[in-house]
Design a protein around this ligand. Structure first.
Ligand code: HEM
Length: 188
């Protein structure tokens, strides 16, 4: 099943990205630092959302409009007293059909899974506002994830389609990690 294979096949890419995000989180000392982290998320999520939008129609994923998206990140950045006038440069993988778009969306939706851990890490350094994005769907998180996984499995009907979704998911992780890595390279 795609949901099992995609998790296994993207394990390394997830770990690499998680490492980048944790490094950033550990360096947070104030609301401005946290807003900077959110700008990385905003730049990347808004870019990839635009890329996948043509392929995630209402008939593919009926509740897409109700799902958490980069508008939440923007609202959090504003709540922290910052703005989105300067955001990092981003690149995204090539997305040309619905299964690839769902592979990318798997990464965006899955990021909610680590969200509660991130909120706890932020609390420890005194950040307790601007957390709507990382709070995900609250108690509805399991149900929303289940609905998404059902659609993901239904759409990938052949082995080739599974492969396309997995490749897009890995690409989505890698391009996101690059947003953080590039910044480090620029400051050395
Ligand atoms: C501090 C950073 C992060 C931590 C600590 C973290 C942690 C986790 C944890 C604990 C899970 C659940 C694993 C399980 O139940 O088997 C998970 C799942 C997942 N995370 Fe992360 N994560 C982080 C960042 C991210 C980011 C930034 C993304 C993507 C943009 C992401 C994408 C995913 C995906 C797609 C899954 C679902 C895997 C699956 O069940 O198929 N994570 N993460």
């Amino acid at each position: 099943m795609l949901s099992t294979n995609i998790k296994e096949a993207t394990k390394t890419a997830h770990q690499n990205l998680e490492k980048q995000v944790v490094l950033k989180l550990k360096a947070i000392r104030n609301h401005a630092d946290y807003a900077d982290l959110l700008k990385h998320f905003y730049a990347y999520f808004s870019h990839i959302e635009q890329t996948i939008k043509p392929y995630i129609t209402g008939s593919v994923l009926p509740d897409y409009e109700q799902r958490r998206n980069s508008a939440y990140i923007k609202a959090d950045i504003l709540e922290l007293g910052s703005d989105i006038s300067e955001i990092p440069y981003t690149t995204v993988p090539k997305i040309e059909n619905t299964v690839q778009a769902l592979g990318a969306l798997y990464v965006l939706e899955g990021s909610i899974m680590g969200g509660s851990i991130i909120v706890k890490m932020l609390e420890k350094v005194g950040v307790n506002k601007g957390v709507s994005f990382f709070s995900g769907y609250g108690e509805a998180t399991g149900k929303m994830w289940g609905n998404f996984i059902t659609v993901l499995n239904e759409q990938a009907k052949t082995e080739q389609e599974e492969e396309q979704a997995i490749k897009a998911a890995n690409g989505t992780f890698e391009h996101f990690a690059h947003v953080f890595k590039k910044e480090k390279a620029d400051t050395v």
